[in-house]
Write a protein that binds this ligand. Structure first.
Ligand code: NDP
Ligand code: OXD
Length: 311
């Protein structure tokens, strides 16, 4: 069975090792050194160069090396008949839950303002509003694997949690909103907004001036989904006007974030380098090997995405 790994910039040799550890019969090549493109039946991919997957005429399935698949569907030559699976993995979920809880707590405890006080050598324990977690309203855009798990963790910490998804949900401790009206209702009752949507034509640019205007003044934003969700030109005006009080961004339209980008130095923006959560080959390679076995035995591909919905 011939497998290609196309993940420029990732540790492809690590993936090769972990795949081989789980199935020593696989014949694994790392792009661009593919010995026989005509033999490749499965590909592991992360941000593959445009057209690269179209070179494999007998490709049966592509395994995204992340939860998102936008990096595949962006390729105009992506072979549309090929099945696509994404990562759903307890470690990836745990990493995102940790990131979201970390940054929600940071806002809840007014940490950005306390950091500024320390810089100015100011001791003032009264400067910040006292709110209990159940008085802090967190709104999560996207209630899938990651959004739902982050919401459950925040609800367990007693936060007032709401979430928005395409279809309504019934989740303990999370108020569910859906559709365009549901989005406005959620925004109106959100102090800390977390974006965990997939990037699709429907969600591109959703974090924009109009959305910010629907939040209570002074709300905070955490975007751990994709840079394409944010209209970058709308962010600094919203922060400077006070409509937003602080933002944490893990993802950007251009990654790495260019060194001269204004987000780096803005006092109300926290930048992290797209590492909210990272796929761990040690657990995900096993799932990929199982996925290959499922396709080979005529079963449904586990963790398959819907190519029409794009997630
Ligand atoms: P899922 O596919 O499990 O969940 C997606 C959620 O978004 C679902 O609840 C879905 O609704 C909702 N949704 C999709 N489209 C719309 C829409 N048009 N309107 C309203 N809701 C919508 O994805 P995951 O939770 O696994 O991952 C989310 C994203 O997080 C990934 O696509 C990726 O971009 C990002 N990510 C970022 C990482 C990082 O390190 N920064 C790491 C991992 C992922 P419904 O339930 O009704 O279908
Ligand atoms: C992912 C990511 O989609 O790391 O998994 O961004």
């Amino acid at each position: 069975m011939s497998v290609a790994i196309i993940a420029p910039g990732l540790k492809a040799e690590w993936w090769e090792r972990e795949l081989a550890r789980n199935n020593s019969d696989l014949d694994i090549d790392i792009w661009p050194d593919i010995s026989d493109p005509g033999a490749v039946e499965y590909a592991l991919a992360w941000k593959p160069p445009a057209g690269a997957l179209a070179n494999f005429p007998d490709l049966k399935a592509v395994f995204s090396l992340g939860a998102g698949v936008d990096h595949l569907f962006i390729d105009p030559d992506f072979p549309k008949h090929v099945k696509v699976a994404r990562v759903i993995d307890p470690y990836l979920t745990a990493g995102m839950v940790e990131y979201v809880v970390l940054h929600v707590l940071r806002y809840h405890k007014n940490q950005p303002a306390l950091d500024a006080q320390q810089t100015a050598h100011v001791w003032d324990d009264r400067a910040h509003e006292l709110k209990q977690a159940d008085e802090r309203r967190v709104g999560i855009l996207g209630l899938g694997e990651l959004g739902r798990s982050a919401g459950e963790a925040l609800a367990a910490l007693q936060f007032d949690v709401s979430g928005w998804s395409r279809k309504p949900k019934d989740l303990p401790g999370i108020r569910s909103f859906s559709g365009p009206d549901g989005l406005s209702e959620l925004l109106a009752r959100t102090d800390i907004l977390v974006c965990l949507l997939p990037l699709t034509p429907q969600t591109e640019g959703i974090l924009c001036r109009d959305l910010f205007a629907q939040l209570p003044a002074g709300a905070c934003l955490i975007n751990a989904a994709r840079g394409g969700h944010l209209v970058e030109a709308d962010l600094i005006p919203a922060l400077d006007s006070g409509q937003l009080s602080h933002t944490t961004l893990d993802v950007f339209r251009t990654e790495p974030l260019p060194r001269d980008h204004p987000f780096w130095d803005h006092p109300k923006i926290t930048v992290t380098p797209h590492n909210a959560s990272i796929t761990d080959p040690r657990s995900v390679a096993r799932a990929i090997v199982d996925g290959i076995a499922a396709v080979e035995s005529g079963e449904t591909l586990p963790n398959a995405v819907d190519p029409v919905l794009g997630y």
